[in-house]
Design a protein around this ligand. Structure first.
Ligand SMILES: Cc1cc2nc3c(=O)[nH]c(=O)nc-3n(C[C@H](O)[C@H](O)[C@H](O)COP(=O)(O)O)c2cc1C
Length: 191
């Protein structure tokens, strides 16, 4: 698998916020579930020249899908519908140190969520879910807590990157990069 280089790398640097910026982009992650597409929103935890990282619960449906078929797609939409990045790629488990570092950067709320948001809690009435949440916060220093065993991260290594841009003065246009043996092949496509 080849790293992202050249023009697509420069575009990503221009388009995506830095990894240390608090506000994380939302991405629609599509997997294949029993042969059918399945999509949901996750946070883009960070990215590098090797790919795009997201984190989730190892018991989730998306993780079962990826274990069965690692081919995924990602969509990032910019506010005001000015830009869209779509990615086809292959998901692999992120390095262990990256998974821990990503957890440490999560907000206290999202850290607690990773511990508590399971099937058992989801079945309870709201009052009990609130009580469980409060009990956890009373017993746990959330800012220092380690990731639960169910915390898992993936890196999506892109095979195709498509940058869509609106243009108020003319038609929207896509710049697509497909990975080939010769590197990243570029072409322009209509909106
Ligand atoms: C804005 C937004 C951000 C989300 N971020 C994440 C995330 O980073 N990780 C995650 O596991 N779920 C996240 N979720 C919840 C997922 O969309 C999804 O409901 C959950 O992960 C279960 O998905 P699955 O059953 O398809 O695996 C987010 C939801 C929203 C609306």
């Amino acid at each position: 698998m080849t790293a992202i280089t050249g023009i697509p790398l420069n575009l990503l640097r221009t388009w995506l916020p830095g990894n240390n910026e608090r506000e994380r982009p939302q991405i629609v992650l599509s997997t294949v579930h029993d042969g059918r597409p399945d999509a949901r929103t996750v946070l883009l935890s960070e990215w590098d020249a090797e790919g795009f990282f997201f984190h989730t619960d190892s018991r989730s449906r998306k993780v079962a899908d990826i274990r069965e078929n690692p081919n995924v797609s990602l969509v990032v939409l910019w506010p005001g519908f000015t830009r869209q990045l779509t990615v086809q790629g292959v998901a692999e488990i992120a390095p262990a140190d990256e998974q821990v570092a990503a957890y440490e950067r999560r907000s206290p709320y999202l850290k607690a969520l990773a511990w508590l948001n399971d099937d058992e809690l989801a079945q309870l009435p709201r009052s009990e879910r609130v009580a469980r949440w409060e009990a956890f916060l009373e017993q746990t220093d959330v800012s220092a807590v380690e990731p639960p065993a169910t915390w898992i991260g993936f890196r999506v290594r892109p095979t195709r990157l498509t940058f869509w841009e609106s243009d108020p003065d003319t038609a929207s246009r896509r710049t697509e990069f497909t990975h080939t043996d010769q590197g990243w092949e570029q072409r322009f496509l209509p909106g």
